[in-house]
Design a protein around this ligand. Structure first.
Ligand code: ADP
Ligand code: ZN
Length: 732
């Protein structure tokens, strides 16, 4: 018997709609959710932004269990828990550094079965205290997020993940569900083996991210080029990746002087400073973070519109993961990589050095070199970027034109005939006797007056100053391009020198043309970019972002946990004039409607009146549930019972829904049906106390009321009173 058959697709979608406000599932989500419901081990590989979290959030809620989620970073856990709570989903995180009384409180709630998900760091999971806790529940299912961290073949190996191999032995009855965004065949096999997954359901999604526009362009001047790209995304979230700490600091400063709200982030900073930057970015106090690779895993902002690599990362896996942080909300985003062959050489020497220091095993080194070769080919090739990335991850790419990369948008046709320049460069190498490196050759070509040039007598050469007046950086870049294209060689010893090869001679003899890539000045908006703005009133959109920002600040949560940009854009298209129509907007679930609906509706109404816009412009882009929707039936039953004054416990028992869900229904019931009395759910005395507290501290937020009442009245009851008073005020 297949147990998950007791839940229909409609049940699954009803849950997704109730908490997150989405009316459809993304590819493979249903299969992954079913594996969770069936408690059948699984490995789910979906690209960043593919919607992995939903896959472990839904089964725990539907089956009313408490599942454990293992996640590598505390910051990430906190954001997730915040986000879930805003949706009314009961989740908690346990991590080191929490106040003991908070820990105890959460542990007690866990044992009482109040949470559907408990997030924990891997090193915490196998402590005696935690083991004891989850044995008492008992836990039936574990979700392992970022599961590739268990494999040293992956690009982000974390030794603490290794302990997870013990889970199967300790909890033989519990199922394990591994989630990752990047996994090659080898890493995938390693995850299955390490976690001892039994006959796992393996689900591998499509890696392509059609909403990302990729551009890989030659680096001439990083600061200027980065600024140019960022100007295309004013006041939007962006991440710039650098190789070194120093670079990240100086680039951040350079951007600040240009009026961009930027900060740097790297592993050399105090943890406290790092956290501050991260929080500022999450809270939208800064727009741009200039970072080394250390940044990114801890952020969950889904509206990152731009990811720039100021130099080449060390593997395609890294590139995919870092660019994957762009556009997780599904809206168009841009990824620009500034490439120079110097990056390749720099990585090579870094790897050599660290191998020597760490006495690294030869095959790990070989693997690293292999990865580096792949990313270099991606950078130097002139093929559709979407196709190359897909194929790298072993997936065919069918589209002839992706319409979202520099190659397909024909932006790299800045290939200029550079045969003459190349001949000048190559002959300079020949004349100086193939004994010098890149910098020196550039010096000679530019006619630099350095002592070294004079000592060698190279200021007397015919090639001295032959390219005088050329920008040093672009000339250096041209040399590297010649190296990349195999038209020039470079020795690999400690002091590498340039050497001519057969291809160089062919160029010098005029038998071979040379084309050099020059970055194109103009880039165009992609079709996706244009479409994503269709029907969107930009003024309304920006003002909704402000409302969101305000609410987030008041609640001390990052704005993206309130609503995503995608939801705000949809709101400006729909311009809802009623709660029902707001519920039609993608990303508005029941709890958020009850919690935030009034504020957004009011803002939209005012804005539309002031700007002469009609309300309810379109009927919302969210597909409605099938008409036999279980959610509607259940809710209607609940409403009927509430109308008779039935208690929440009784309604929950009758409808088979969780208590938290049922309180949510009641909230909606009061807002929509405005019952005259609510004493079935809050006794008169409590009602009066809450009403008095509201007089004191206002009703915008529940927390101050809760605190004013010294925590003696539960949130659910406070909400009933707030809603009831509100409904009475809104009485026509
Ligand atoms: P991942 O963990 O795979 O990177 P997330 O789980 O963070 O991705 O999901 C990325 C974004 O997509 C989130 O904003 C999430 O709410 C949204 N999302 C997930 N599933 C759906 C869906 N079925 N419909 C619409 N949006 C979804
Ligand atoms: Zn393309």
């Amino acid at each position: 018997m297949n147990p998950s058959t007791s839940w229909t697709t409609t049940d699954i979608i009803a849950t997704v709609q109730r908490y997150w406000g989405y009316g459809e599932l993304r590819p493979l989500q249903e299969q992954a959710i079913r594996a969770g419901l069936d408690q059948h081990d699984s490995l789910v590989v979906l690209p960043t932004g593919g919607g992995k979290s939903l896959c472990y959030q839904v089964p725990a809620e539907l089956a009313q269990r408490t599942d454990i989620v293992v996640s590598p970073l505390i910051a990430l856990m906190k954001d997730q828990v915040d986000g879930l709570r805003e949706c009314g989903y009961p989740a908690a995180a346990l991590y080191s550094g929490m106040a003991p009384e908070d820990t105890r409180k959460i542990e007690a709630d866990i044992i009482a079965g109040r949470y559907r998900l408990v997030f924990a760091a891997p090193e915490r999971l196998l402590t005696p205290r935690f083991l004891h806790l989850i044995e008492r529940l008992p836990v039936r299912s574990f979700a392992i997020d970022e599961a590739h961290c268990i494999s040293h073949w992956g690009h982000d190996f974390r030794p603490e993940y290794r302990q997870l191999a013990e889970l199967k032995t300790r909890f033989p009855r519990a199922s394990i569900h591994a989630y990752t965004a990047t996994a090659t065949e080898r890493v995938r096999a390693d995850i299955v083996e390490q976690l001892r997954l039994q006959d796992p359901t393996v689900l591998v999604g499509t890696f392509d991210r059609p909403n990302l526009a990729y551009r890989i362009i030659p680096r001439v001047n990083a600061a200027i080029q980065v600024l140019e790209v960022l100007r295309r995304h004013p006041k939007q979230a962006a991440i710039v990746y650098c190789l070194s700490r120093k670079e990240s600091e100086s680039l951040a400063h350079a951007l600040q002087t240009q009026g961009i709200r930027a900060a740097f982030y790297h592993a050399g900073m105090e943890a406290e400073d790092r956290r501050r930057t991260q929080d500022a970015f999450a809270a939208e106090r800064i727009d741009v973070v200039v970072a080394t690779v250390a940044f990114g895993m801890g952020i969950d902002r889904s509206d990152v519109r731009c990811v720039i690599h100021a130099s080449m990362p060390k593997s395609v896996e890294h590139y995919q993961q870092e660019t994957g942080r762009a556009g997780r909300d599904g809206l168009p985003a841009e990824c620009v990589l500034l490439y120079s062959a110097a990056d390749f050489l720099r990585w090579e020497s870094l790897m050599e050095k660290s191998a020597a220091e760490a006495n690294a095993v030869e095959d790990i080194m070989a693997a690293a070199r292999e990865l580096l070769g792949h990313i270099r080919r991606l950078c130097t090739g002139v093929h559709c970027r979407h196709r190359q990335l897909s194929e790298y991850f072993g997936q065919a790419y069918e589209q002839p034109n992706c319409e979202a990369c520099d190659v397909c948008l024909q932006e790299v046709e800045g290939l200029a005939d550079a045969t003459v320049t190349a001949q000048k460069i190559l002959s300079c190498v020949a004349r100086t006797g193939s004994r010098f490196g890149v910098e020196y050759i550039v010096d000679v070509l530019l006619g630099a007056r350095t002592e070294r040039v004079r000592n060698w007598g190279h200021d007397k050469l015919s090639t001295y100053g032959l390219l005088k007046g050329t920008n040093r950086k672009s000339l250096t870049n041209m040399l590297y391009q010649l190296l990349d294209d195999g038209l020039l060689d470079r020795t690999t010893d400690e002091h590498p020198v340039l050497r001519l090869n057969d291809a160089s001679w062919a160029v010098l003899r005029g038998q071979r043309q040379v084309q050099l890539r020059t970055p194109k000045e103009e880039v165009q908006a992609t079709r996706f970019d244009k479409e994503s703005w269709e029907g969107v009133d930009r003024g309304l959109f920006e003002s909704l972002r402000e409302v969101r920002h305000q609410i987030a600040t008041e609640r001390n949560v990052p704005p993206f946990v309130i609503f995503s940009d995608d939801t705000l854009r949809d709101m400006t298209r729909v311009r809802p004039g009623s709660p029902a129509s707001l519920l039609n907007v993608r990303g508005v679930g029941d709890r958020k409607l009850a919690d935030l609906g009034a504020r957004f509706l009011e803002h939209i109404a005012t804005y539309c009146r002031d700007h002469n816009l009609s309300l309810d412009a379109v009927s919302g882009s969210r597909p409605r549930l099938p008409s036999s929707g279980a959610r509607n039936e259940t809710k209607e039953t609940a409403f009927t019972l509430f109308a008779k004054g039935t208690s929440v416990e009784q309604v929950a028992a009758t409808t088979g829904r969780a208590l938290s869900t049922t309180w949510g229904y009641l909230d909606e019931f009061i807002a929509l049906h405005r019952p005259a009395r609510v004493e079935s759910w809050v006794d008169t005395q409590t009602y009066d106390k809450v009403a008095a507290a509201i007089q004191e501290v206002g009703a915008t937020y529940l927390k101050p009321i809760f605190e004013h009442l010294e925590g003696k009245v539960p949130y659910e009851q406070i909400r009933v009173v707030v809603r009831h008073l509100e409904a009475a005020r809104n009485e026509p």
